[in-house]
Structure formats: C-alpha cells, structure tokens
Design a protein around this ligand. Structure first.
Ligand SMILES: [Zn+2]
Length: 318
C-alpha cells in the first residue's frame, strides 16, 4: 500500500512538474510573434491580419516620410529584434534596405513588392510629370528619379493591398502555426472589406474621372491607375519661375482644375502656379500623416485621398 501511495505521489509530482514546465514554456514563448512593419499603410494591413492574436510594431511613424533614406538607431534595434519584418522592398524603402540585408538570409522578412500579381509602376518622367517632393527627406529620394526608377507609392493601389493581406497571413501562419486559422480568417474578412472599399471609392470617383489635376509631389499614380482619375503632371517644390509659367500654359491647354499639395502651407511655387493656371489649391495626404496607425488606418487613408479629389474636382466643375 505504501509503495502505491508513493507511486501515486510520484505521479502527482510528475504532473505538477509537467504543468510547471508547460507554464514556463508559455511564459518563454509569447503568444504572438514579434512583427515589425516598415510604414503605416502596411502596418494597418498586418494589424488587420493579426487581430485577436497580437499587435505589430510600426517602424516609421506616418508623420515621417515613407521615403526616408536613413534609419535611426532605435529603428535598427527594432528590426534586429523582430521575428518577422514586413516591408515593401529595397527599391521602395531605401531606409530599412541596408539593415534588412545585414540581418542575413536567416532573418524572416516578407518583401511585399515581390508578391505575385502585385502591380509595380515606374516613376513618371519629367516634363509634365516631373517628380520632386515637398518635404525635405522625400526631396532626396525623389529629386531626380534615375531612368527605370520605380514609383514608391505602391500602397495606394488597394488591389495590391488585397494581395498583400493573403501574403501576410500565409507568412504569419508559417511562423506561428498555432494561430494559422485566425490569420487566414482575418485576411479573408479584410479582403472582403477591401472589395467593398474599392466599390465605394469607384462610385465616388466616377463623376470626376474626366477632370484633370496636378500635384506638387507625384504620389497619386497608383490610385489613378486603379480608379481612372487623371493627373496631368507634378510641379516640384523647387521649380523655377520660368518653368512654372511654361507649365501654367501647358496646364491651361490640358484643362487642369486642381493643384494638390501635401502640407498645410502651399509652397510659393504652388501659389504661383495656381494663380497662373487658374487652379484651385487643395490638400491631399498620400501617407496618412494625420491618421492614427492601426487596423482602420488603411481605409481611412484611401477614403481621405478620394475625398480630397472628389471635393476639389467637383467644386472646380461648378
Ligand atoms: Zn512620395
């Protein structure tokens, strides 16, 4: 009898030990993988896929330029600790490119520009589509797009975003199989919402599709290709007075109605061009600088761009 009790005691001890080990391994392994995402629009998509499991970290705030060339030490540390890095790719985000390359082949990263079916567009050439940026960090990235340079504003095509949702879910399911069903289901729900958003924006934008606009910084190409709206060029914040006058004549011929700028205060070039070519000035925020990062960021960003276009172009038509 005694040996039986002892055996039972040993079994109980073994069960307790096993439970303790299990608790320790749970504590050692966080329930969600540590995911770092480069920019806010993509972070929003990852946050939608991870809903109910965890929250991804955002490397570049929506206020900093998505075209920034250098990483701050804190951002480099963030990348080094990540279990998965989700970014667009080296041609699109020069900032993290070197850091991601330095992490080596073993590091997990998902390069969204390489996802099958994603639409990648070349930067529009000079002339009426000269590409210069309004803010200082973007200026460096954009001042003279080399021949064959890509247009980095790839997140403004919601069909690209839809493809990314699936790619994100599949990669997360690989590195965190325990939550795979959740990731897949979240991605399917987000994709369905994206379809509704695309239909909503298409309906809103259809009446202004034949109107023409100009931007100070050429950020709208992907959006235009998806929704059929028409930019007739971009100005560049540092264009000379002579160039602005010449462009104004071209824009009058092209019948442009609106000039979209990004900051609160339009550059002197914008004011001059608007006056010479009789354009209304309106703001358009292609990176979501005023929005809060999170699952709802992406749809708010696209609705904001559409609202800017519809607002100015509708008023201009009156
Ligand atoms: Zn840009």
């Amino acid at each position: 009898m005694q040996s039986g009790a002892r055996r039972r005691g040993a079994v109980v001890a073994a069960v307790i030990l096993a439970a303790q080990l299990a608790a320790m391994s749970v504590a050692a392994k966080p329930s969600a993988p540590r995911v770092v995402v480069s920019i806010a629009p993509v972070h929003s998509l990852v946050a939608q896929v991870m809903k109910g499991v965890g929250v991804p970290e955002l490397m570049l705030s929506a206020k900093s330029s998505p075209h920034a060339l250098a990483l701050r030490p804190q951002q480099a540390r963030m990348l080094a600790k990540a279990e998965l890095i989700v970014w667009i790719g080296p041609a699109f985000e020069p900032g993290p490119a070197r850091a991601v390359a330095a992490l080596g082949e073993g590091a997990q990263h998902l390069t969204l520009a390489r996802v099958a079916g994603v639409r990648v567009l070349g930067a529009r050439p000079g002339g009426a589509h000269r590409h210069e940026a309004g803010d200082a960090s973007a200026k460096k990235a954009h001042a003279k797009p080399p021949v064959g340079a890509l247009d980095p504003h790839i997140w403004l095509d919601p069909v690209n975003a839809k493809l990314w949702l699936d790619a994100i879910a599949l990669r997360l399911a690989e590195i965190d199989p325990a939550h795979a069903p959740r990731y897949i289901a979240n991605a399917a729900a987000a994709r369905a919402e994206m379809d509704l958003l695309i239909a909503e924006l298409r309906t809103q934008l259809t009446p202004v599709r034949e109107r023409r606009f100009v931007t100070l910084h050429d950020s709208t190409q992907y959006f235009e290709h998806r929704f059929g709206t028409h930019s007739v060029g971009s100005v560049g914040a540092r264009a000379s007075a002579g160039r602005v006058m010449k462009l104004a004549q071209e824009l009058k011929r092209a019948g442009a109605d609106c000039l979209f700028v990004e900051g609160r205060r339009p550059a002197p070039v914008a004011t001059m061009l608007a006056r010479e070519a009789s354009l209304r000035i309106a703001t358009l925020d292609p990176a979501g600088a005023k929005l809060t990062p999170g699952p709802g960021f992406y749809s708010a960003l696209l609705r904001g761009v559409a609202r800017s276009m519809v607002g100015c172009l509708t008023a201009a038509g009156k």
